[in-house]
Each structure stands twice: as C-alpha cells, then as structure tokens.
Design a protein around this ligand. Structure first.
Ligand SMILES: Cc1cc2nc3c(=O)[nH]c(=O)nc-3n(C[C@H](O)[C@H](O)[C@H](O)COP(=O)(O)OP(=O)(O)OC[C@H]3O[C@@H](n4cnc5c(N)ncnc54)[C@H](O)[C@@H]3O)c2cc1C
Length: 487
C-alpha cells in the first residue's frame, strides 16, 4: 500500500523541525505534528548558545565537543541573522581549577573542531580596581574564548519554514495520539480524529519521547530519559559591553551571564532532577536564590530576587546513561531505531540545539535502507531561510537605505529576525500601519500568522519576537483582541 507520507514526525522542537527540513530537502514527503506551538517546550528555554560545551571536556565528552564545535561554524554561515559570535570572559579562581587545567581545556577547545571565523582563546589580565570593571577587584586574571549565541525559538521556526518551502506539511496545535503497525507502514491518529498513514515514524517529542513509545505506540523500550530542569533569570543589565561571562561555582557547575537584548543580562542555568509533566516546569525560589548568590560572588553590583524581571525554565530530555549527578549526565544524543520487522520507528533521546543539524543528518542516514529513494546529505552547505547574507552590518545598512521611511532601529530588529525574508514581511508595510503594542505593527503580526504559524500572543511575543520582555498586561490584551479579529 502507498502510505500518505514517508515520514510522520512527532514534535516541533529543534530536532523535529531539523529532521523535517533535511528530509523534505531529500525529496521525502513529510508530515510534522506539534501539539502546541513550534519551540514551545525545551527548544525555547535554552541558554541560547551554539557552543562546543567547554564544561563537557571535564567529562571526557571529546566526540560531542568536536561535533558541536564544527556545528558552530556551519550555523554561523547558515543563519548569520540569528547566530552571532560571542566572546566569553572566564575569571580565574585558583582554588576551583588551576590555570594549567583551564589552559589545556581551552587549547583543546581551540583545536578539537574546525574554526574558521571564530577567534581563538587568550589569557588576559582583568581590570582590577578600574571603576568600569564589573567584577570584584580580587579577580586579576582570566581567559577569553568564543562561542556563538542564537535566537533558539527562531532557529526552530526557520527549520520549519525550510521544511515547508520544500513541501513538508507542518501542523501546529495538533497532537499525536497513537499509531499502530499495519504491515510495512503505520496508521496514526492525530488530533481532531484525523487518521494518516506513514512509512516511518520519527519520535522527536523531547521530554515526552518515552511517553510516545509507552502510551502512543504501546511498544517496549529499554532506553530511558533523565529529565533535568534548568532555569534562567533575566535582570536589568549587570555590566556594559557585548562580552559574556562564564563563572565557575564551588559545586563544580558553571553559570553564564550573557548580555541580552541590549538592556538586560540573561543568567543561567541550574541542573535539578525533574519529575512530573514537563509542560508544567517552573523556576523555584531556591533556583532564583542560587543564581543570584552565584552572581554576587563575582559582580560588584548586588543582585537580589527583586531584580528579576523575567524568568523561564525548561526540561532537558537527556539520555539516561546511569550517571548519578544531574549535571554530569551525557549531553550527547542516542538515535534508537526499532527494526523488528515491523514499520520503522526512530526515537531521539537527548541532543543539543547546537547539534540538531548533524543529528538530523544522522537520523536520515539511519533510515536510508527503509526509504531508499531519499536524496543525499545537503544541509551542511545550505543557508537557513533568510540567511543568505555575507555581512550583517552591510545588509542592515542596505536595508536602511531601501526602507528610509522605517525607523533604523526597527530595520535592525527586522534584519535580525527575518534576514533576507524581511522584504516579504515588509510587503504589506504602510505609512499608516497600526501599532498594536510597543514595537509590533499589524503588518508584522499578519506575516507571523500567515507565514510562521503564530496564533497566540505568546507565540508572537516570546517565540517569534522577544517583545514580551517590555510589554505590559494591557499591551498583551490589545494584541489578544487584535488576534481575535484577525485569525
Ligand atoms: C536550561 C536549558 C539550557 C540549555 N541550553 C542550551 C544551549 O545553550 N545550547 C544548546 O545547544 N542546547 C541547550 N539546551 C538543550 C536544548 O535546549 C535541548 O536539547 C533541545 O531544545 C531539545 O529539543 P527537542 O526538539 O528534542 O525537544 P523539544 O524542544 O522539547 O521539542 C519536543 C516537542 O514535542 C512536542 N510533543 C510532545 N509530545 C507530542 C505529541 N504527542 N504530539 C505532538 N507533539 C508533541 C512538544 O510539544 C515539544 O514542542 C538547553 C536545555 C535546557 C533545558
């Protein structure tokens, strides 16, 4: 029998959408179902780094670090509008890790993977008593190295757009309910009583991956997840400049303090074992205290929980490698393919935002015997939607000249959100456009509804843009009212 689709993908996080884009580009017919919004779970709750993971070297995860370091360069090129280099300052704390150990770690970090665009690491003198130095003067030595920062939820949306451009069907707010094996294919029930057939199911449900196998498919599996909560706080900016800080803690963990959206600092993260419904994960007061306490050990400006203007928490769906400590569980992924003669099921355990592209490639290569008509690897050289930009500054300047009637700051924001697709978004621009709330005009909201699957204020304010940080309750209500009359 001819199935409706080659692939049914469950989950619209980074891994599901990454696989959908790759598969559609190989000529496969793809349906992706996401029960909520794209990136509504873990993929919008990250530290927003495309990084090798300096810390993982201590756990001898050389292969993972190498893979991730290589991906930094690929993603910088594929999506320069949403991925930018970020310099990290690591203040030296002699009693936590000796200098030779950090030097060795950074040497490996510089050389394990391909590094074309990002500068190498350095040992530096910190500014001691200089009044502009945000750190306590006792920190006299440090190191610098580079990774990248990314708008995580937009990376997911770009992958979904890339999949759609190549013919994939992406259904948000559509839950996968169950499926049964019928000969060489699956018959699946999805929300609203719809039934579809697919040759292969890819289970990219993140923290719910085991629930899909246990409850939705009623299949046995030995693989388990370790759910580890991680939380972040956002505070008014703690320091000037564009560089981020990586801070060592006595418990062996590290905390990042990252410049965020010009006026803020993003601080995270924690590692707390998690049980329960991942959709209900929330930061605890203990985590807020922990993050403030840790920051106060380094920065002169005292941070209290009252300074926190926003926060978020997510659940890492880590592959359970039986490690005791939550922060030490492997961050690498495992692709589990069921091949017992029935229709194939590929389940994704673990993975990082950073490694999603490689994960998708590996996932499809694993399925090649079952889908022999699929094309070859292609994503390493391809740009993500809007990403065909060689120099971001030149691009922004050209856009400001092309749209002289639009405020330059707005053009800069659009450039970083839509890249070369901002022309499509601005097609409906008018001088008398309606301002729905701070920074959001009706033409942009309409584009997000029509092209990017947005349906709620949260989709628009937190995942397609980050305007939510500065919006009041009244502003959100205005948007809600506007959406009711426009969807
Ligand atoms: C605190 C924290 C910080 C992190 N920082 C970084 C970082 O800086 N860099 C980095 O590279 N990685 C980071 N990560 C890791 C990264 O965020 C995750 O590994 C990644 O987002 C997982 O993506 P996913 O697609 O597997 O899962 P998810 O994003 O959770 O997506 C799974 C999707 O499946 C959907 N779903 C579930 N069940 C169903 C169903 N029945 N039907 C339909 N849809 C369903 C869910 O709604 C969800 O949207 C961090 C993680 C956390 C928690």
């Amino acid at each position: 029998m001819d199935a409706d689709y080659d692939l049914l993908i469950i989950g619209g996080g980074i891994n599901g959408t990454g696989i959908a884009r790759d598969a559609a580009g190989r000529g496969l017919s793809v349906l992706l179902v996401e029960m909520d919004d794209l990136a509504s779970a873990t993929s919008s709750k990250s530290t927003k780094l495309i990084h090798g993971g300096l810390r993982y070297l201590e756990y001898y995860e050389f292969m993972l670090v190498r893979k991730a370091l290589n991906e930094r360069e690929i993603l910088l090129k594929a999506a320069p509008h949403i991925v930018q280099p970020l310099k990290f300052i690591l203040p030296h704390e002699a009693h936590l890790r000796p200098k030779w150990m950090i030097r060795l770690g950074l040497f490996l970090y510089d050389h394990l993977g391909k590094r074309e665009r990002l500068p190498g690491s350095k040992q530096i003198r910190l500014e001691g008593n200089d009044p502009d130095n945000p750190l306590y003067p006792r920190f006299t030595d440090g190191f610098t190295y580079y990774d990248c920062t990314v708008d995580d939820s937009r990376l997911v949306v770009l992958n979904a757009l890339g999949a759609k451009d190549r013919g994939a069907s992406i259904l948000t707010r559509t839950k996968f309910i169950s499926a049964r094996n019928e000969g060489d294919h699956w018959r699946a029930n999805i929300a609203s009583g719809r039934e579809i057939t697919a040759k292969v199911i890819v289970n990219a449900a993140g923290p719910w991956v085991v629930d899909i196998i246990d409850d939705g498919l009623s299949l046995p599996t030995q693989n388990r997840l370790r759910l580890v909560k991680g939380s972040h706080i956002i505070v008014p900016k703690l320091f000037d400049g564009k560089d981020a800080y990586i801070l060592q803690n006595k418990d062996g963990r590290i905390i990042f303090a990252i410049p965020y959206r010009r006026n803020y600092t993003l601080i995270g993260t924690t590692d707390v074992p998690f049980e329960g419904d991942p959709a209900l994960v929330r930061i605890s007061t203990e985590e807020i205290d922990y993050l403030c306490h840790h920051i106060n050990a380094y920065f002169r400006k005292t941070l209290t929980p009252d300074d926190v203007i926003s926060h978020y928490a997510g659940v890492r769906p880590l592959f359970d490698d039986a490690t005791e400590k939550a922060s030490a569980v492997t961050r690498d992924y495992v692709l589990a393919l069921r091949e017992d003669g029935g229709a194939p099921l590929l389940s994704i355990f673990g993975g990082k935002i950073t490694t999603y592209r490689e994960l998708a490639e590996e996932a499809l290569n694993k399925l090649s015997d079952h889908l022999p008509h699929m094309g070859v690897n292609w994503t390493a050289q391809a740009r993500l939607p809007g990403g065909a930009i060689s120099d971001m500054d030149d691009f922004i300047q050209a856009q400001q000249m092309q749209y002289p009637d639009i405020e330059p700051a707005l053009i800069t924001r659009y450039a970083h959100r839509y890249g070369t697709r901002m022309d499509a978004m601005l097609k409906a621009w008018r001088k008398d456009a309606h301002l729905i709330g701070p920074g959001l005009y009706d033409y942009e909201a309409t584009y997000l509804i029509n092209q990017e699957w947005a349906t709620t204020p949260e989709d628009i304010l937190w995942r397609r843009t980050k305007l939510g940080l500065t919006w009041s309750e009244d502003d959100v209500q205005s948007l809600e009212g506007w959406l009711k009359s426009h969807i």
